[in-house]
Design a protein around this ligand. Structure first.
Ligand SMILES: Cc1ncc(COP(=O)(O)O)c(C=O)c1O
Length: 399
């Protein structure tokens, strides 16, 4: 028998959201991304046939596999945060960052010996390696135990980046990277906050708002002022916090009904909400959702999620496989979206809620009815191509 999905409501404590995620404040982030070579908004894919089958008005998937040719969204955060570090180093105005100003010969000369370091389960490290190459710097990347070698290889292939697969879990790898940074004078670019280390993770979170800004503009072009539902998958919750914080500002403290989605084995945000304070999951949890395999919430974004998310869901791996298969083998005329293990879990949850008779009560609690317009973020493509191919081959699940 399949292990169950479990969903609990958010527990708002009504704290104000940081103004740093307000649309006016992050307009400079979008402008910075637009200044990067090969910038294109990623496609917002409509799935009308699937929407009809699920009994909702519309389903839109923001396809982040197309982000800068890197197969995942994470470069948004890494590139922006690294640019703020460089601006600080060069005494430039971080409020008006433009790629053009960071690549003059004089600047290149000053940047060539900088080394950025990070711990990553894959996609963030790829973003750091890519941005280091763009800025003419170097990068070093630590990865947790159990990392698929192909994910490490994909990072190594960028600018001959130094990559080490450690014997640590993700959270301990983060601490090891912080230690190496202090000992060697490297610049730590971590996507979660540590004691005394908040400016860079906050810049990374701000970097992710570009995804939300693009999606709302794309919906606006289709005449849709507000989606009714958003599903955001989470590891440490920086991405979800950035996107939800932006939506909460944009919609004047009334964001769409948002569900935070995590793997059931490592649902640190779900357990944090259940117990009213941040909870860490230790050990070596297993899930195929490698990008979401993080046991400790980002303390900077956790209050945004607690206060503005409507629901928190724990999902077994079969849910993301259902999402991957649904997007890989679409209904009739719907387009294919290649969505990897950490990208498809929101859609898998939506499909399960709408199609599985045993989940009818949950579907009603989430108000997934004929009036629902659902926005999802497929945050990665086939970042483990062999694993992806094996998982999307028939048979399909509930649909
Ligand atoms: C593909 C993908 N989606 C979502 C996430 C979750 O982001 P966060 O750790 O900020 O919650 C990650 C994190 O690595 C990821 O790689």
């Amino acid at each position: 028998m399949q292990s169950p999905i479990s969903i609990i409501p958010g527990q708002s404590q009504g704290q104000p959201i940081t103004p740093a995620l307000a649309p006016d404040s992050v307009a400079a982030v979008l402008r910075f991304h637009q200044s990067l070579p090969d910038y294109q908004p990623t496609p917002l894919v409509a799935l009308p046939e699937l929407a009809q089958k699920l009994g909702v008005t519309a389903v839109f998937v923001k396809d982040e596999s197309r982000r800068f040719g890197l197969n995942a969204f994470k470069s948004l955060g890494a590139s922006y945060a690294m640019a703020t570090v460089i601006a600080d180093y060069l005494h430039l105005d971080a409020g008006h960052l433009n790629y053009r100003d960071l690549i003059t010969p004089a600047v290149r000369q000053k940047l060539k010996d900088l080394v950025f370091i990070t711990a990553t389960d894959g996609n963030h490290g790829k973003g750091v390696a890519w941005a280091a190459a763009l800025f003419g710097c170097r990068a070093m990347v630590l990865m947790p135990r159990g990392t698929q070698p192909c994910r490490a290889e994909a990072i190594r292939a960028i600018n001959a980046t130094r990559v080490e697969i450690t014997d640590l879990n993700y959270d301990d790898a983060v601490r090891r990277a912080a230690k190496l940074a202090t000992e060697n004078g490297y610049l730590l670019i971590q996507d979660t906050a540590l004691a005394g280390y908040t400016a860079i993770p906050n810049a990374i979170t701000r970097g992710y708002t570009t995804m939300a800004a693009e999606a709302l503009a794309q919906l606006g072009d289709l005449g849709i002022a507000k989606p009714s539902h958003v599903f955001l998958q989470a590891g440490v919750g920086s991405m979800a916090g950035g996107v939800l914080g932006y939506l909460a500002h944009y919609y004047n403290h009334k964001p769409p009904l948002t569900t935070i989605v995590e793997p059931d084995t490592v649902a640190c945000l779900y357990h944090s909400v259940a117990s009213g304070q941040p909870v860490a999951i230790g050990g070596h949890p297993e899930t195929i959702m490698a990008g979401l395999n993080c046991g400790e919430p980002n303390p900077q974004t956790w209050p945004i999620l607690r206060d503005y998310a409507s629901f928190f869901a724990r999902c077994p791996d079969w849910v993301t496989v259902l999402g991957m298969q649904t997007l890989a083998q679409p209904e009739a005329a719907d387009p294919v979206v290649i969505s990897g293990e950490s990208g498809a879990v929101g859609l898998g949850l939506l499909v399960a809620l709408c199609r599985d008779q045993r989940l009818t009560d949950l579907k009603a609690r989430l108000k997934l009815d004929r009036k629902a317009t659902v926005l999802l973020f497929s945050t990665e493509g086939d970042t483990d191509p062999e694993g992806y191919a094996a998982l999307v081959s028939p048979p399909r699940g509930i649909v």
